[in-house]
Design a protein around this ligand. Structure first.
Ligand SMILES: Cc1ncc(COP(=O)(O)O)c(C=O)c1O
Length: 372
């Protein structure tokens, strides 16, 4: 149907959700396409939902999410964070949307690395602003100098994604500081740290360490990844109180459910147990990386809960191999494949299929070298 609408919306690429595990009766299949946490919900989180949340779903949630907000402020009190510096959203996706809607509209520009989180162009275009996508360095890291060179009078926001989705490359403290020192003080910089708990790079930046020094920093975190609450949709940002106030004005009213808030609080209570799970995902990542390196793969060392195979034009064929092996992965046609770290059996299957791809059988027609 022809209907009157904002033409710019026609330019938005649809978000491609990671596919579910392939259906196969002959083998176990796995979803390693959405960077989810492979562990099931913690018993304590389940119990909190059963005892506190289910009976209250006829009521609207606390719109400000004070209990969670206060708790997060306590966690970051050492950095000078107070409750008025914390804002919740339906996942960090909504937090990022709030921020973009607050600062950028028609005629304004938002700078971010590319390839990166695929929601960025959707959110920026949806706000009516223009995306300035700065190509990553060949190793998949942010091209910090090119990002700085892109700043002009129209710039309203710079997004840093650390570690970067999908390349899994970590941003160093030196690079983060370089960005902050170059950006005008009245332009906000968003550090999207959805995967920071997985980042053990020795020189990794943790944006909160710069927060006290640079008031124009906004840090976005999520309960979806390390905390395993992707299905409940809750994330948060830490920023100056007036920025938080502005974000609240454009937030989806009642967007963060009480169930999500209860699960977030229970997860914060179980922090040690959850960080233990993060450690085991990291050790699986180390095992995968070492195995693939031994096979001859050449790709950046991963610092999030996924790895990036820069297969270039071999991507489509390789995806078929993964699917046949019972694995759904996230393909970026012509660029590469992002594989989440999953259950040990899923990771074994990834190692086996990567071996086959690397062998480059005549039938598959794949190049021997992943970046060829
Ligand atoms: C870089 C990055 N930021 C933010 C998010 C948003 O996650 P959520 O909305 O579930 O908090 C994701 C999810 O995949 C991501 O990869």
């Amino acid at each position: 149907m022809a209907y009157k609408h904002r033409q710019v919306i026609d330019t938005i690429p649809p978000y491609k959700q990671g596919k579910p595990a392939p259906i196969a009766s002959s083998q176990r299949t796995f979803k390693v396409s959405s960077n989810e946490n492979p562990f099931p919900p913690l018993p304590s989180v389940r119990e909190a939902l059963e005892t506190q949340a289910l009976g209250a779903i006829n009521r609207y949630p606390d719109m400000r999410g004070w209990d969670v907000v206060r708790r997060i402020a306590e966690e970051y009190a050492a950095y000078g964070v107070r409750p008025e510096n914390v804002v919740l959203g339906c996942g960090s996706t909504e937090v990022i949307t709030q921020l973009v809607n607050l600062v950028a509209g028609p005629g304004d520009e938002v700078i971010y690395p590319w390839r990166s989180f695929e929601a960025y162009p959707i959110i920026v275009t949806g706000a009516g602003a223009r995306s300035v996508q700065v190509p990553n360095r060949p190793d998949g890291g942010h091209d910090v100098e090119a990002m700085i060179d892109s700043i002009n009078d129209r710039t309203r926001l710079i997004i840093v994604n650390n570690p970067n989705n999908p390349t899994s490359v970590s941003l160093s403290d030196r690079e983060a500081r370089r960005i902050m020192e170059a950006v005008p003080r009245d332009v906000l910089v968003l550090f999207d740290e959805a995967y920071f708990q997985f980042n053990d790079a020795p020189d990794a930046n943790v944006a909160m360490t710069l927060y006290g020094e640079f008031p124009n920093i906004v840090v976005a975190h999520t309960f979806s990844k390390a905390y395993g609450l992707a299905g409940l949709r809750i994330g948060y940002a830490i920023a100056q109180a007036d920025v938080v106030e502005g974000m609240r004005k454009v937030a989806l009213p009642f967007g963060v459910t009480q169930s999500a808030q209860i699960a977030a609080l229970a997860s914060l209570d179980a922090e040690d147990e959850l960080m233990g799970r993060v450690e085991s995902i990291k050790s699986e990542r180390t095992r995968l990386f070492a195995a693939l390196r031994r096979q001859g793969w050449d790709f950046p060392r991963p610092y999030a809960n996924f790895l990036w195979l820069p297969l270039g034009r071999g991507t489509g064929e390789a995806v078929k191999c993964f699917t046949e092996a019972g694995l759904s992965v996230r393909a970026f046609e012509g660029e590469g494949i992002r594989v989440s770290i999953g259950e040990p059996e899923a990771n074994d299957a990834v190692i086996a299929v990567c071996q086959r791809i690397m062998a480059g059988t005549a039938e598959s027609g794949l190049p021997r070298h992943p970046a060829a």
